[in-house]
Write a protein that binds this ligand. Structure first.
Ligand code: MG
Length: 394
C-alpha cells in the first residue's frame, strides 16, 4: 500500500526552450525577446525557439531562413552543444539528487519514478515543486513538470503544463484529462495514422477510446490497433528504466557522394534498419525509442524520434517506424549522412510485447543473418554519444 498522495508517482520533467534559456542566462538583454537557436548559415535549421519566438509561428526543425522571415526582429544565435551538454549534466544531477529512478530521454527531458520517496514527502507533487524550484534557483532555468500514474500520462501532463508550469493529474482524473486531447498527442500517431483515424471519425483521444479494438486492428494493424486502444484508456505499464538514454545503438553513414531524394533515403533506411537490428540482437537487447538523423550537404541536421509501442530488434519494425518519421519531410537538398539509432534499451530476454502481425519468417530470416554476421564479428554495442545526436529540442 502506498501512502496517500503517491498513487501518481511518475514525473516527466522537461526543460522549457532549453537551448534558448541556457543562452539567455548569460545575456540579460535577451530576456523577454524572441530568440532562436540553431544553424545560422544559409541552410541552417531552428534547434530551439523561445516562447516569444513561437508566437510568430517559429518551430524547431524549421529552416532558419523561414524563421527569420516570420520574425525579422528575432535574435538568432548559433547552437553551442558543448555548453548545452555541460548544463544538462547539472540538470540531471539535480534530478538524481531528488529521485531514486531517473530515465533520461534527451539532454533536457527525463522520467522520474518517485514511489520510493513516499515516506519522505507528503505527496509526489511536492517533489515536482522542489525540482522546479531547484532548477530555477541553482541553474536559473525554467522547467515544466507533469505528474501522473504512468509515463505516458506524465508526459502529456508536462506538455499541458508548459511553459514554466506544473500539472498533477490525479489517478481518478486521468481519463478526464486524456480524453479531450487531440488524437495526434498520442505517441506513435504520425500523419498517416492520424489520417486513417480521421476516416474513422476520430478527432480526440476520447473518440479513439470509443472505437472497438477490432475496428482499430482492422484499419491500423493488430499491433498499432492494440497499442492505441491501450493508450486511449490511459494504460501504459512501462517502468522508468534508470539511465537508459545514456545507452544507444546506432548506425550511420557519411556518403562519399551526397545522395538525394526520397527513394535514395528510403533505401538507406532499409539498409541501416537491417544493420541496426543485427547489432541489437548481437547485443541481446531491444530498443523502444528510434531516432533518425539526416545531415544535409550544408551540415544542417535534422533528427526525428519516436517511441514505439513495444521494444523491438526487428529490422522491419525499425524500417517502418523510420520511414513514417520522415514521411512529411521535404528532402530537397543533397544529403551527406543518414543515421538510425535506438535508445531505451532493454535486455531482449525481458518480457516484451510481440507484434501480433509479425510473420515468423521475418524473424527466422533475420536470426540467420545475425548468425552469419556474428561469425564475422561485425555486431557490436558501443556507448552512446547521448548528446551528439540530439540537435533540437522542444
Ligand atoms: Mg524541452
Amino acid at each position: 500500500m502506498r501512502a496517500l498522495g503517491f498513487t501518481e508517482s511518475i514525473l516527466h520533467v522537461d526543460m522549457d526552450a532549453f537551448f534558448v534559456e541556457v543562452e539567455r542566462r548569460d545575456r540579460a538583454d535577451l530576456r523577454g525577446r524572441p530568440v532562436v537557436v540553431g544553424g545560422t548559415g544559409g541552410r541552417g535549421v531552428v534547434a530551439a525557439a523561445s516562447y516569444e519566438a513561437r508566437t510568430f509561428g517559429i518551430t524547431s526543425a524549421m529552416p532558419m531562413v523561414h524563421a527569420r522571415r516570420l520574425c525579422p526582429a528575432a535574435v538568432v544565435l548559433p547552437s553551442d552543444h558543448r555548453k548545452y551538454r555541460a548544463v544538462s549534466e547539472k540538470v540531471f544531477a539535480i534530478f538524481r539528487s531528488l529521485a531514486p529512478l531517473v530515465e533520461g530521454l534527451s539532454l533536457d527531458e527525463a522520467f522520474l519514478d518517485v514511489a520510493g520517496l513516499r515516506h519522505h514527502y507528503p505527496n509526489s507533487a511536492v517533489i515536482g515543486v522542489e525540482i522546479r524550484a531547484r532548477l530555477r534557483e541553482e541553474l536559473e532555468l525554467p522547467a515544466s513538470v507533469g505528474i501522473a500514474v504512468n509515463k505516458f500520462l506524465a508526459k502529456l501532463a508536462s506538455e499541458a503544463a508548459k511553459p514554466d508550469g506544473i500539472r498533477h493529474v490525479p489517478a481518478g482524473e486521468s481519463l478526464a484529462f486524456l480524453h479531450p486531447l487531440p488524437v495526434r498527442s498520442l505517441w506513435g500517431v504520425g500523419e498517416a495514422t492520424r489520417a486513417a483515424l480521421e476516416r474513422l471519425g476520430v478527432q480526440t483521444v476520447g473518440d479513439l477510446a470509443e472505437v472497438p479494438p477490432a475496428t482499430l486492428k482492422r484499419h491500423l494493424g493488430a499491433s498499432a490497433g492494440t497499442h492505441l486502444h491501450e493508450l486511449a484508456w490511459g494504460r501504459d505499464e512501462r517502468p522508468v528504466v534508470p539511465g537508459s538514454a545514456a545507452k544507444s545503438i546506432s548506425v550511420e553513414e557519411t556518403y562519399e557522394r551526397d545522395i538525394a531524394g526520397w527513394d535514395a533515403v528510403e533505401g538507406e533506411l532499409l539498409r541501416h534498419a537491417d544493420r541496426l537490428a543485427g547489432r541489437l540482437r548481437a547485443g541481446g537487447v531491444a530498443g523502444r525509442t528510434l531516432t533518425v538523423k539526416i545531415r544535409f550537404a550544408d551540415f544542417t541536421t535534422i533528427t526525428r524520434s519516436v517511441t514505439l509501442g513495444s521494444s523491438t530488434d526487428v529490422a522491419r519494425d525499425l524500417y517502418r517506424a523510420a520511414r513514417d518519421l520522415l514521411r512529411n519531410l521535404i528532402l530537397d537538398k543533397p544529403i551527406r549522412l543518414v543515421g538510425l539509432g535506438v535508445t531505451a534499451l532493454t535486455p531482449a530476454t525481458a518480457p516484451r510485447q510481440l507484434a501480433v502481425d509479425r510473420p515468423a519468417k521475418w524473424d527466422d530470416l533475420a536470426d540467420a543473418v545475425d548468425k552469419v554476421r556474428l561469425r564475422y564479428g561485425t555486431g557490436s554495442i558501443r556507448p552512446a554519444r547521448m548528446a551528439e545526436d540530439i540537435e533540437r529540442e522542444d
